[in-house]
Design a protein around this ligand. Sequence first.
Ligand code: SAH
Ligand code: MG
Length: 212
Amino acid sequence: MAIFPENLAELARGTKGFMPTKEGLALFDLASAIQSTVPGPIVEIGSYCGLSTIYLGEAARQTGRSMLTVDHHRGSEEMHPPSPFFDQSVIDPVTKRVDTLPFLRRTLELSELESVVTVAIGDSAVVAGLVADPIACLFIDGGHGALQEWVDYASWADKITVGGLLLIHDVFEDEKDGGRPPFEIYTAAVASKQFATFTKDTGSLRALRRVG
Ligand code: SAH
Ligand code: MG
């Protein structure tokens, strides 16, 4: 079993973001356990300030993979006022727009993951057009709007190689607990028969393995 280092656990505790510790550790365990025969990088959609990136990036480092993290850094719909997820401290003082890139960069420096994790600043679907398959692991945690979640799934999931993982965050079976789109793409991935469940769920994190 791979070990997540205590210094990174401490860094994660002080990093802004939306990844509960248990789910972050599950991300680390899942990505660490990908067979070395499965080719390709780990790709994350939705870096924000790099909280989930610490967990996936450390798995990449320990297993000798590279990682790509994708975000336009302008925040999702739900991260603007008057949402409770709005954080005034991620506003650029000059342009007055959301800019989480400086926070991500600091997280990667403090975690010493700069040589493992490549940052792609841009729209997820546009970046997908620049990235060749295969990829070993796709983590979808970007925009959760009705359209964007499907765009992320449609533009990236086919790149996952057989034996690789599709990880989806904020999947809630009961709509009282959260929005529908992540649950919808999870259901669609299982229904496609290209992906199969293989492990127990951790919070709202769902893990599927590419089987066909
Ligand atoms: N994984 C992060 C949370 C991600 S929040 C954590 O662990 O804390 C979702 C992120 O998706 C936001 O930073 C937002 O800017 C980004 N995002 C939303 N829509 C996007 C799109 N179309 N392309 C790229 N990034 C997008
Ligand atoms: Mg999330």
